[in-house]
Ligand binder design. Sequence first.
Ligand code: C2E
Ligand code: CA
Ligand code: CA
Ligand code: CA
Length: 277
Amino acid sequence: AAKRSGRGWALYSTEQDRLGRADLSFRSELREAIRNDELVLHYQPKIDLHTRRVVGLEALVRWDHPVKGFLSPDRFILLAEQAGLIGALTEWVLERALRDLVRLHHDGHLLHAAVNLSARSLHDLGLPASIETLLARAGMAPDHLMLEITESAVMANPSDSLAILTELDRMGVRLAIDDFGTGYSSLAYLKRLPVDEVKIDKSFVLDLATNESDAVIVRSTIDLAHNLGLSVTAEGVETQDIWDTLTILGCDCAQGYHMARPMGLNALRQWLRTSPW
Ligand code: C2E
Ligand code: CA
Ligand code: CA
Ligand code: CA
């Protein structure tokens, strides 16, 4: 690149260098964090609206950073993808979630665990075999694992995604379409994909009890999913009114702060012993 003198450029260049270096060190920090177990899983219970029982858990990753404190996944998942670390991160999450699930099963809580997959994972044709190995190592039946994938991740690479999801389905792993309604939905694809569940994004749920157009969207999503033989989970259930509305609309499961926030394994075990669900 051509060198040019001038204060503006120099400042810009210094700033660029600084950002570049910060990015680089953040990247190697993340690599170390995965290796050194600085990542933590929190689990959010998923509750059946018909039986009012806990049926599953969603694993949500956090980074317990030594300096910056607890970082939410929105602050490092994209970076992990860009840095080529998402495969290692996903494997860490799967392994830990299965290990924790085995422990919960020993406690008598026969729940399933849902793990989020990033778009990049749907390019990895080796993913089903890796998951098969992880399940075998944990001694966990495949139908206790659910994988959440977004519509846009599938659309970004339809043919590889279909191959990967078909293989996972054949293995008996359960599949859910996450953030439903936020991407450019292709109903034709929903019909073709071997998914078991649709998760309605919280942006349609948070104001469900008062916003008429959200209610229309949620109602038609539930009807569509049921007509295709899929079950429906709503995320972002923050109030009793939303719970009641979802019950009336025939939704199957709910997740949200009204019932429980995501929590660490010990807090979860305590919660499972004492909660009314
Ligand atoms: P998501 O999969 O849509 O997860 C739901 C998010 O909504 C979580 O945020 C959860 O804590 C939050 N939430 C749950 N109940 C409520 C509620 O009642 N009200 C509100 N306002 N929010 C609620 P979180 O944990 O910060 O995760 C953000 C996103 O990061 C997730 O969105 C998911 O896309 C991604 N993510 C989390 N863990 C992983 C992971 O292990 N791998 C990958 N690839 N992505 C992950
Ligand atoms: Ca999810
Ligand atoms: Ca299936
Ligand atoms: Ca969501």
